[in-house]
Design a binder for this molecule. Structure first.
Ligand code: BGC
Length: 379
């Protein structure tokens, strides 16, 4: 009987929410439900954040993963614009960092080695001979503590993870907090904070795969991209930065004005051959440590526009070149080549080995902070 009443209540709630969504009058709110259990029996929860204009963001506390971002197209049709999985098992088995927070170090560190204050460190090697996205059990594969905050009028979820000294080879006990806020301006705002008890490195980022068509059967090649950057950091064959900054001028890396991603992606250009497409870090022009507008991604059919704001010096644009149809994502759809793209705000890749790049060193008594905002609108 209890079970029946609960199901009835849940059904009524869903109808109310969908009804409200149609009227575009959703109350600001967060719903929480059990999403699944990890093999060790620990429970994973899903948090569904709604704003006043009907946008919805679903987040789980495993991997601090954003499961869905549901936004309207120019006709008011709400669709999910991110890739991912239906069930927890999908995320447990995933090796493409779907929707997660990656860290401690987002992107690659050559041979997984660096030295800090005279000490050499060897990190887990998980990408050929290099370290990628925090290692095998990085921030994307752990359970985060979750706390709901909704008294500000905008739903927010505070996720905390304590990474132990030596985890994946990194020094220091590091406490990381990621706050996801869904604003009433249709923004997913991500605020990061980190502290340590030993000198270490910290450079987390967010790894959602976007497809603004709302249909992952489409590629992202017709999306138009603008990146506010005059230079990028070239890579070698193993996708490790060389330490240079190269001008984007007269190259397929020039996104200073909007270009369709597919327009030049197959040009004969060594950097594109190394990345199997775009998989590079752009040096953001207006970097001054404050939150600036840096990227615009526009999808002409739906009219959806995503604008990325960040206080970081770099932006990795990855065009989904390693997606190959082998992932069965949401609704069982196989995610094919270039059907999702990532825009990862960060410090320049391999920065611990490149003194000429901005530093990612974090010392006891200091605080790491990052703010990155993905804003959705219609054009
Ligand atoms: C990297 C790619 C990598 C992918 C893994 C991206 O952030 O830039 O090189 O293959 O993550 O899914």
């Amino acid at each position: 009987m209890k079970k029946f009443l609960f199901s009835l209540l849940a059904a009524v709630m869903s109808v109310l929410i969908i009804g409200c969504q149609n009227n575009k009058k959703v109350e600001t709110m967060i719903e929480k439900s059990l999403y699944g259990k990890l093999p060790n029996g620990k429970e994973v929860y899903e948090f569904r954040l709604h704003n006043t204009s009907g946008m919805q963001v679903n987040i789980i506390n495993y991997g601090a993963i954003v499961r869905s971002i549901i936004v309207p197209d120019r006709n008011g049709k709400f669709e999910d614009v991110t890739l991912g999985y239906d069930s927890l098992t999908g995320y447990i088995n995933d090796n493409s960092y779907q929707g997660s927070i990656v860290g401690r170090y987002g992107n690659r560190i050559g041979k997984g080695q660096f030295s800090l204050e005279g000490v050499n460190y060897q990190l887990t090697v998980n990408d050929g001979e290099n370290h990628l996205h925090g290692g095998k059990i990085g921030f994307h594969k752990v359970l985060w503590d979750a706390k709901v905050v909704s008294d500000t009028g905008e739903p927010a979820l505070v996720l905390t993870y304590v990474s132990a000294d030596g985890e994946e080879g990194y020094p220091g006990n590091v406490t990381v907090t990621v706050t996801y806020t869904l604003t009433n301006n249709n923004e997913l705002r991500i605020d990061y904070n980190g502290t340590t008890d030993k000198p270490t490195i910290l450079n987390p980022t967010h790894h959602s795969y976007f497809n603004l068509t709302g249909n992952p059967a489409n590629t992202i090649l017709d999306h138009q991209l603008m990146i506010d950057a005059d230079t990028f950091t070239p890579v070698d064959k193993g996708l490790i930065t060389t330490g240079e900054k190269k001008s984007v001028d007269k190259t397929p890396m020039d996104f200073r004005t909007p270009f369709a991603i597919g327009e030049r992606i197959n040009d004969k250009f060594e950097q594109l051959a190394f990345g199997k497409g775009y998989d590079h870090n752009w040096v953001l022009r207006n970097y001054d440590g404050k939150v600036n507008k840096t990227v615009e991604l526009y999808e002409p059919l739906s009219g959806r526009l995503m604008t990325v704001y960040t206080d970081q010096p770099g932006m990795q644009f990855y065009s989904g070149n390693f997606l190959d149809g082998s992932i069965n994502g949401k609704k069982g759809i196989g995610y094919q080549y270039r059907t999702g793209l990532c825009l990862e705000a960060q410090c320049f890749p391999d920065s611990p080995n490149k003194p000429e790049f901005p530093s990612v060193t974090l010392r006891p008594g200091q605080e790491y902070n990052q703010t990155t905002i993905y804003q959705f609108s219609i054009k």
